[in-house]
Design a protein around this ligand. Structure first.
Ligand code: NAP
Length: 483
């Protein structure tokens, strides 16, 4: 691993303050999706290691939760500073294991660190309530307390920030964590563990366990010591975890799949809409849960939009994310590649036209040409399924009601975007879209200060912002009588 701070590259799990191998010494290889080279391996842990990680979190719980919020905040701030200081190395690790362009990886490290900084402060503001009682000699108090041991399961598409977005609020309010990162991108998670250890988190407050998703996931979601499971990943796995968590009635947060609509109305600034659509579609090679996956363009501006958007896509450099100037990297694996291919073939078979792209990229491997489709109909699979790749399907519409119905015709409800300059329409459409997040005249809206999350089958709960603390707190009501 070509990085300055070699210490950041760890190939062991982190349990109870120790760097450890799997009990059976088995490992999982990790490859670079741009070159297919093996870059290292991590322990293939299972049930037993998960139980010891959960126990170590439980043992640290009393001390960690009884520290003052300022004491916890100081350690979080050290972690934040260390992440910022090591930004370049962390970004390189991410690009090598995940494939995203280095500029995006740098951005993700900054974005991930911003949750640590934000919650280091926000954790000091866990306010309670006093409520007037109906009896004169009684008082009602409401306090909020940390939920207990938290399990966090995270995906490969944001290998660093999905960890900090969950762990920073949990740790800030006093919960120890057991993290299971995606097997395709464990090194970004382990590097965060190295920096957490250096920042001074007590032994057992942060555990990172790599290995069998099924075994680790089953233990994390059924063990009664774990009081809260926070998951980011596919809706399919989210539903399995929800079922498993029901056996011990855990608190759950689910950040699941998306299928974002992007609407450009006839009064939109076309150049800005093209820019917003481009950013929201092609970031991370189309592999984000908030990527727009259906572009609805008003018939009056449709042709101009398609032309300008296609020119922008044509100028995009595809390649290994470590090369400066690259905007689109490889897809994470062959499975994802095949899904993208299938979505394009299927759309074309039912009438879509290709404006650009539409096939495997000449670089081979899992590189796919950035693709724009138009004339797409609701017969195409892409209209209903998350593609997770660099394919932009464009649909024509002619009125507000029609496009809102089309946009809401999805089991998902995560992000949505639209462009308009009409203030009345902006209010109407923002309220009518059945999505947890609405970007108006912007294609990018994730930030630590705002509540990120979805409705319908896109999830439960919110991450980031003042709302991001709620999922790690229990409300306790105290009634004092005989005053
Ligand atoms: P995934 O297959 O659901 O995997 C996510 C995590 O779950 C990985 O750590 C994976 O481990 C683990 N996992 C897989 N099967 C499991 C099981 N049976 N029990 C417990 N854990 C299990 O999703 P992905 O392909 O990594 O990520 C892409 C998906 O995440 C997309 O649908 C995307 O929309 C969604 N996403 C949502 C958000 C959001 O905030 N809403 C953000 C980012 C991504 P292994 O890697 O070891 O298999």
């Amino acid at each position: 691993m070509d990085i300055k701070n070699k210490d950041l590259f760890r190939q062991q799990s982190f349990i109870n303050g120790e760097w450890v191998d799997a009990i059976n010494s088995k490992t999982i290889n990790v490859n670079n999706p741009a070159t297919q080279e093996i870059i290292g391996n991590v322990p293939n842990c299972g049930k037993d290691e998960t139980i010891s990680a959960i126990r170590s979190a439980k043992n640290s719980w009393k001390d960690w939760s009884s520290k003052t919020s300022k004491e916890r905040s100081n350690i979080l701030k050290k972690w934040f500073n260390l992440i910022e200081e090591n930004q370049e190395d962390l970004a390189r690790i991410m690009t090598i294991e995940q494939g995203k362009p280095i500029t995006e990886s740098r951005g993700e490290i900054t974005y991930g660190a911003s949750f640590v900084e934000w919650f280091a402060e926000e954790g000091k503001r866990v306010y309670g309530d006093t409520i007037p009682d109906v009896f004169q000699d009684r008082r009602i108090l409401v306090i909020k307390q940390p939920v207990g041991v938290v399990a966090a399961i995270t995906p490969w598409n944001f290998p660093s920030s999905m960890i900090t977005r969950k762990c920073a609020p949990a740790l800030a309010v006093g919960c120890p964590v057991v993290i299971k990162p995606a097997s395709q991108t464990p090194f970004s998670a382990l590097a965060l563990g190295v920096l957490a250890e250096k920042a001074g988190f007590p032994k057992g407050t942060i555990n990172i366990i790599t290995g069998s998703a099924k075994e680790i996931g089953e233990e994390l979601s059924t063990n009664p010591i774990v009081r809260k499971l926070s998951f980011t990943g596919s809706t399919e796995v989210g539903k399995i975890l929800l079922r498993q968590c029901s056996s011990t009635v855990k608190k759950v947060s689910m950040e699941l799949g998306g299928h974002a609509p992007f609407i450009a109305f006839e009064d939109a600034d076309i150049d800005e809409a093209v820019e917003g659509a481009f950013l929201s579609k092609f970031r991370n090679t189309g592999q984000t849960c908030v990527c727009s996956n259906r572009l609805f363009i008003h018939e009056k501006i449709h042709d101009e939009f398609v032309e300008k958007f296609t020119i922008k896509v044509r100028n995009m450099k595809v390649g290994n994310g470590l090369e400066e100037g690259v905007i689109s990297g490889p897809l994470i694996d062959q499975f994802s590649f095949r899904k993208v291919e299938e979505h394009v073939h299927d759309a074309v078979n039912v009438g879509a036209k290709i404006a650009i792209g539409g096939k495997k990229h000449k670089l081979g491997g899992t590189f796919y040409e950035p693709t724009v489709l138009f004339n797409v109909t609701n017969k195409a699979r892409i209209t209903y399924e998350e593609t997770f790749g660099p394919v932009a399907p464009i649909y024509k519409f002619n009125n507000e009601d029609e496009v809102i119905n089309m946009a809401n015709d999805s089991p998902y409800g995560l992000a949505s975007y639209f462009y308009s300059r009409d203030i009345g329409k902006i209010w109407r459409v923002a309220e009518a879209l059945e999505y947890g997040m609405v970007g108006v005249n912007t294609g990018i809206m994730s930030k630590a200060e705002a509540p990120f999350g979805g409705i319908k089958e896109s999830g439960l709960g919110r991450e980031g912002s003042k709302y991001g603390l709620d999922d790690f707190l229990e409300v306790k009501y105290i009634n004092i009588a005989g005053i």
